[in-house]
Design a protein around this ligand. Structure first.
Ligand code: ZN
Length: 256
């Protein structure tokens, strides 16, 4: 592997030459914001089992279990703020170097960091809102958290008494078709693909960078650990996402 500076320069040139950049982010971009990766040990997922969407719909006790987990999770993450990696992606968009931002994260930190909702595709939905599964009424998650904290662990819609659920894609729930199509289109039409903080272990996530590669894009990977697709990337960083992106944006602005 080339030195950090050599790889920074390679990446910088790729970004400068690119006409259309798509970024793709996973849990790794948010760990520095204090959002636990559900795969990491010691976290909330060790204390709670995964409740599938089917169980949520059919079992009162499973639904209460689900909401107890969410209540604890919201307590853990309510103070999370975008980190330098999120801010750098917002800066990239501002200087016209980011066309599409696909994320597997449900923390809403890209919006909070300053990227516009128009370019963000949330493949797994968002934890920032909750919807009624019957009538579609929407609440900010803070409203529902307030009800959970008061002991209402099976919150129902005040209009139709339907089940309320965070606007995330749960286990056993289908990925939103339209968002998936848009993500693949963003991968197929970019000339540079920036992958940040995903181990690319699960499908369909892993097939998105593969699609960019197939369509002829160059790829930059920034992830703490090896991924099964490192061989398709032109430049691979194992450094902190915030350090790499911060430095890249700084260099970009200096050379502009
Ligand atoms: Zn309703």
């Amino acid at each position: 592997m080339e030195s950090f500076n050599e790889r920074l320069n390679l990446a910088l040139n790729l970004i400068k030459e690119a006409k259309r950049i798509t970024a793709f982010t996973g849990a790794g971009i948010s760990t520095e914001s204090g959002i636990p990766d559900f795969r990491s040990p010691g976290g909330i997922w060790d204390r709670y089992r995964i409740v599938t969407f089917q169980e949520f719909l059919t079992s009162n006790s499973a639904r209460k279990e689900y909401w107890a987990m969410k209540r604890d999770l919201f307590r853990e993450i309510e103070s999370a703020k975008p980190n330098r990696a999120h801010l750098a992606l917002a800066e990239l968009e501002k200087i016209g170097k980011l066309n599409c931002l696909i994320t597997q994260n449900i923390d809403g930190l890209h919006q909070e960091g300053g990227n516009s909702s128009d370019i963000i595709i949330e493949l797994h939905g968002t934890n920032r809102r909750a919807n009624c599964l019957e009538c579609g009424k929407t609440w900010p998650i803070e409203d529902i958290q307030a009800r959970l904290e008061k002991g209402d662990l099976d919150p129902r819609c005040d209009v139709c008494n339907g089940f309320i659920k965070p606007a995330t894609v749960s286990f056993g729930q289908a990925m939103p078709v339209e968002d998936m199509l848009r993500a693949f289109q963003c991968a197929a039409t970019c000339d540079l693909f920036l992958m940040i903080g995903s181990s690319l272990q699960v499908e369909p996530a892993a097939s998105i960078p593969r699609e960019a590669h197939r369509a002829g894009a160059k790829l930059i990977f920034i992830n703490r650990t090896e991924t099964p697709l490192d061989f398709i990337a032109t430049v691979v960083f194992r450094e902190n996402a915030s350090d790499v992106l911060d430095e890249l944006v700084k260099l970009l602005k200096q050379s502009a």
